[in-house]
Design a binder for this molecule. Structure first.
Ligand SMILES: [Zn+2]
Length: 359
């Protein structure tokens, strides 16, 4: 299959042969890409424009057509921080959803669909025996195409499968899973998610959006920009990554042709989730445990009179035994000794911060 961008490029240029293509054609292609819209009518984002453009330039490079356009004339985009919802936040959100709302939320979270993919899924696309759902273009029926023409199958978790069985009983037939009242694709599924987020008190309270034709704050209207279906998709990828699903499976199920795109879906964890707190403390514990082990080992070596500077140790022990009655304390593993040794190490390193941290 051809990469995104390469399929559309021949339709934009006038030339029939590769060696006739010029920088002007690439500039025209850039303008064309910027005017393109997604299945929900929004302009495609700058990063997608760049990706499609990059695919075409790489293709031309392969056939020896290099340096047709200056780097400064390439489409540009800003690298965004990858954001995903934490599991704790999602669990809280779901508590505020009724059955129909939870169907939408758990579906998008469970199968990583894009907005358009969820809006066009029909009951026959779901196999509840094998627990998988198929995504493919439905041009004839709905005039809708899956992004990058990438068909794929995605596994459905057991809980979502049960939920879908219950939904199918409420909404029988072979139509759309999330159709609107007229049986057409519901292009406003995002509104459902934003509505639940407001009920759950999970809006940021800082942004403004249009609700019932009025500009309103997200503090009291379902307009928070924090809540988008694409972030549920990224959350799916990040959760898969955290449970150590292999990268190739994540990439395939997301429908990405490039691993670089998948990499950009994996968000770092928020530092204040219970899981991350546990990791932060576990990482710190590695240092203290090794510090303890080193202390014990050194004390044992000193007692046995061995080590790289065995003579020094022996001498020190002898000196202590003469001048310091306290040195008769058992050295190995004694907490006070460990503390003393840590203190000495700190004195040696001259690091003030360590001292205050360790107290
Ligand atoms: Zn907001």
């Amino acid at each position: 299959m051809l990469c995104a961008g390469i399929e559309t490029f021949p339709g934009i240029v006038q030339e029939s042969f590769l060696d006739e293509i010029s920088g002007g054609d690439l500039k025209a292609f850039k303008v064309y890409l910027r005017s393109q819209k997604t299945s929900i009518g929004k302009k495609i984002d700058k990063r997608t424009v760049y990706n499609h453009f990059n695919n075409v330039v790489s293709f031309l490079n392969t056939y020896g057509r290099r340096e047709l356009i200056k780097q400064t004339e390439w489409p540009t985009y800003e690298e965004k921080k990858v954001v995903a919802y934490d599991p704790e936040v999602l669990a809280h959100l779901l508590k505020f959803a009724d059955e129909d709302e939870a169907d939408v939320l758990e579906f998008f979270l469970g199968v990583n669909f894009r907005n358009g993919e969820g809006a066009h899924v029909e009951w026959p696309d779901i196999n509840l025996r094998t627990k998988e759902v198929r995504v493919y273009s439905k041009e004839e029926k709905f005039g809708w195409q899956v992004k990058d023409s990438e068909q794929r199958n995605i596994g459905i978790n057991d809980k979502l499968a049960e939920r879908l069985v219950a939904r199918h009983k409420r909404y029988p037939g072979n139509g759309l899973v999330f159709g609107n009242a007229k049986g057409n694709p519901d292009t406003h599924l995002l509104r459902i998610i934003k509505r639940v987020a407001l009920k759950a008190g999970l809006n940021c309270g800082q942004c403004v959006g249009t609700h019932q034709r009025k500009r309103m704050s997200c503090a009291n209207a379902p307009v928070c920009r924090k809540w988008i279906i694409h972030t549920l998709r990224k959350s799916w990828a990040s959760l898969q990554d955290r449970i150590k699903t292999d990268f190739a499976t994540i990439q395939t199920e997301l429908g990405h042709s490039s691993p670089l795109t998948t990499r950009k879906y994996l968000a770092a964890q928020s530092h204040n989730t219970p899981r991350r707190r546990k990791q932060i403390n576990a990482a710190a514990a590695l240092v203290s445990q090794n510090g303890m082990r080193l202390s014990n080992k050194n004390a044992n070596r000193a007692n046995l009179g061995i080590g790289g500077n065995g003579i020094h140790n022996r001498t020190a022990k002898n000196e202590n035994s003469i001048h310091d009655p306290a040195s008769r304390r058992p050295a190995a593993g004694h907490p006070r000794d460990d503390a003393k040794e840590m203190g000495e190490a700190r004195e040696d390193s001259g690091c003030q911060d360590w001292r205050s941290d360790q107290v």
